[in-house]
Design a protein around this ligand. Structure first.
Ligand code: HSE
Length: 312
């Protein structure tokens, strides 16, 4: 038996929502899992990237054995019902750029879990799948919108349960995703964050995140522009993303631009705007990055309201 699952890309954090906010985007990975009948064949993991040769180097470094994150997630699911995975063939067809802050690892974890769950007769519900995916990924902000679609606020309770709610993203707010041609691993981007932060910065983010939630519910652009600020991760990551500061600065005082944030751990940048010239966003970002010899792929995208789907 063979099951395929199509999973959207995700952009996490959105400024003040570090490790708890994220939305799904219409770029997809498709994960297929096949239980092979021949015993002793072990696991086989095949990767096909539609982004190659851009991702060729990163692709070569992805483990193709039991250390692969998809296999790890699938193994945890099997173990949770007292089973061991049998002989598995895992195919990953990837459109989501890797190590760019667009949730490519969450997409394959979620895809693997949903496919394996279907193969097992659906023993795990959405909450259980989210808990396993979060355990493998480390935080719920990408995996939650990858499973659910839309714009999602998520947190993890002490017992591991994921608490999550969908928020209403105003459809008229445009999202411009600017993907530079260099990689930044989440591990490196997290390693520059401090163990502790000043109380004033914690309060700053709490206030801005609360304002952001109110802004999306009331479609309040002025409030959103105020809310899209962060002191917990972006200032520390600036040094890893050349041009980031200049790009944020360029849009700061533009009417119609609600904000410019790092997508997840970066280096992709996301610009939120309303009734603003999207070509101007593209040329501004291109000018800044190309002056530093960085090529950029700029895409105007709508939030993907559909989460992971099992393909029949
Ligand atoms: N919230 C995470 C981070 C997302 O910023 O490190 C990265 O996957």
């Amino acid at each position: 038996m063979k099951v395929s699952v199509k999973v959207p890309a995700t952009s996490a954090n959105l400024g003040p929502g570090f490790d708890c906010l994220g939305f799904a985007l219409p770029i997809y990975n498709t994960i297929t899992i096949e239980e092979t009948v021949l015993p002793g064949t072990g696991i086989e993991i095949n990767l096909i990237s539609e982004e190659a040769p851009l991702d060729e180097k990163v692709f070569d470094n992805i483990p193709r054995d039991e250390n692969n994150i998809v296999y790890k997630a699938v193994e945890m699911l099997y173990n949770s019902i007292g089973q061991e995975p049998s002989e598995l063939k895992i195919n990953i067809q990837s459109q989501i750029p890797i190590t760019r802050g667009l949730g490519s690892s969450s997409a394959v974890i979620v895809g693997g879990l949903l496919a394996a769950n279907k193969l097992l007769g659906s023993p795990a519900d959405e909450t259980a799948l989210l808990s396993i995916a979060t355990e493998v990924e480390g935080h719920p902000d990408n995996v939650a919108p990858a499973i659910l679609g839309g714009f999602v606020l998520s947190s993890q309770d002490i017992d591991g349960t994921i608490v999550y709610r969908k928020l209403p993203w105003p459809q008229e707010w445009d999202i411009t995703v600017c993907i530079p041609d260099f990689e930044l691993s989440t591990n490196i981007a997290r390693s520059v964050l401090p163990e502790n932060v000043p109380m004033q910065d914690a309060i700053f983010n709490a206030k801005h995140l609360a304002m952001l939630v109110q802004a999306v519910y009331t479609k309040d652009e002025k409030l959103m522009k105020f809310a899209l600020q962060d002191r917990l991760h972006q200032p520390y990551r600036e040094k890893l993303v050349p041009g980031m500061k200049e790009i944020m600065e360029a849009f700061k005082h533009e009417d119609g631009v609600l904000g410019c944030v790092l997508s997840g751990a970066g280096p992709t940048m996301v610009v939120i705007s309303h009734k603003y010239d999207l070509d101007k966003i593209k040329s501004t970002v291109k000018d800044i990055w190309e002056a530093q010899s960085i090529k950029v792929d700029v895409r105007n995208l709508k939030i993907e309201e559909q989460g992971a789907v099992i393909l029949e």
